[in-house]
Design a protein around this ligand. Structure first.
Ligand code: FE2
Length: 377
């Protein structure tokens, strides 16, 4: 397999793009206790309360908390009863990402274009309306039980969308500098990467901009393969991982076992000051993977000059990589639930458009240490 270094187009070509996307609208998590999860993301990550829906707004089966930090919006949804698809999702997968919602100008066209190309409908175009305007939503299935919703906000000027009240709180911890979703990675089963790549190409008009084979992403023990899919304007990027044969069980297999299927492995959240953000997150209890100090002894030989002092990067465990266009700084959290499933990446791009290939080995060795401690390597 070949490694390509093609880059995302930065110019929008609307004529060719049958699914113009304006970015990520929100990420919805199905969780066992949305009230407590909202408290965690506010406390640990610095999100602010935005909106709420539940019994008080007329919903009988669920409660959702919407929290926001800059352009980053999370929705935390929990079931109120056992006989409910949300409850089934949590029983099977544990807490995890259900919806990657994408901003569109026309949710009806997005649904028509994708379903006529083979996308399986999750939600037919549906108009939600209140005194603040209207929002149109539609959606299709992607890997596992994960779905994409297309959100058309038009001139809606309410707090979030119809059906939601403003969520006010006396508890408002300061933000940590997180800005927007950089990319969200899906883990899929054996031999499922290429079919999923074809889905993003055929159904959603994405392009494969980078490929990593098992030589790029392998340690002494385990391996994986990955292809990065991007929409036409590069605003939405979905890398897709599948396990590869190694001496021991790969991290993707561990995920698939514990998530009981395919799903979102991590979301990368962008910041403009990773040292400040990560220092803040660590002081609030977010746990990150530990990188051996030997990594920092040689990293500048590999990446060349960087603007930052190396010492705080080493102290915090922040990784550095470079491509032809610049460099990037990144760090990976431990899983944010007891199952070894979803985690977060914090990323600061200084020109680089790639994903940290030079860090894969150090990163996966750090991951394997954790996997070994859980008895799953
Ligand atoms: Fe990533």
């Amino acid at each position: 397999m070949q490694t390509t270094t093609e880059r995302p187009q930065t110019e929008v070509n609307n004529e060719a793009d049958f699914l113009p996307l304006q970015g990520t609208d929100y990420v919805e998590f199905y969780v066992g206790n949305a009230k407590q999860a909202a408290h965690y993301y506010k406390t640990a990550f610095g999100f602010q309360s935005l909106a709420y829906s539940g019994p008080e707004t007329g919903l009988k089966d669920r409660a959702s908390y919407v929290i926001r930090q800059n352009k980053l919006t999370f929705m935390l949804t929990t079931p109120l009863r056992p006989d409910n698809p949300i409850a089934d999702h949590i029983y099977k997968h544990g807490d995890g990402v259900k919806v990657l919602a994408l901003k569109v100008e026309d949710a009806t066209s997005a649904w028509n274009e994708t379903t006529t190309r083979g996308g399986q409908s999750y939600l037919e175009p549906t108009t939600l309306q209140d005194e603040n305007g209207r929002v149109v939503m539609s959606g299709i299935h992607t890997y596992g039980d994960t779905v994409h919703l297309f959100v058309e906000r038009g001139d809606y000027n309410g707090v979030f969308m119809p059906g939601f009240h403003q969520l006010e709180s006396n508890y408002n911890p300061p933000e940590t500098g997180l800005l927007y979703v950089d990319h969200c990675v899906g883990n899929v089963g054996w031999n499922q990467m290429n079919p999923r790549v074809k889905f993003y190409e055929d159904v959603m008009g994405f392009r494969n901009i980078l490929t990593f084979d098992d030589n790029d992403i392998s340690t002494e023990y385990s391996a994986l393969m990955s292809k990065v899919m991007s929409n036409g304007n590069g605003f939405v990027k979905f890398p897709i991982n599948e396990p590869a044969e190694g001496k021991k069980k790969s991290q993707v297999e561990e995920y698939l076992d514990f998530y009981a299927g395919e799903g979102v492995q991590h979301c990368a959240l962008a910041t403009n000051d990773i040292v400040k953000t990560v220092r803040d997150l660590q002081s609030r209890g977010v746990e990150f993977l530990k990188i051996p100090s030997s990594y920092y002894a040689t990293v500048l030989d590999r990446v060349g000059h960087i603007d930052e002092d190396l010492e705080p990067l080493q102290q915090l465990g922040i990784l550095i990589d470079r491509d032809e266009e610049g460099y990037l700084l990144q760090i990976f959290s431990k899983p944010v639930e007891d199952r070894p499933t979803l985690f977060f990446e914090i990323i600061q791009r200084k020109g680089a458009k790639s994903f940290g290939k030079g860090n894969f080995k150090a990163l996966f060795e750090a991951l394997e240490k954790e996997q070994d401690a859980r008895g799953n390597l």
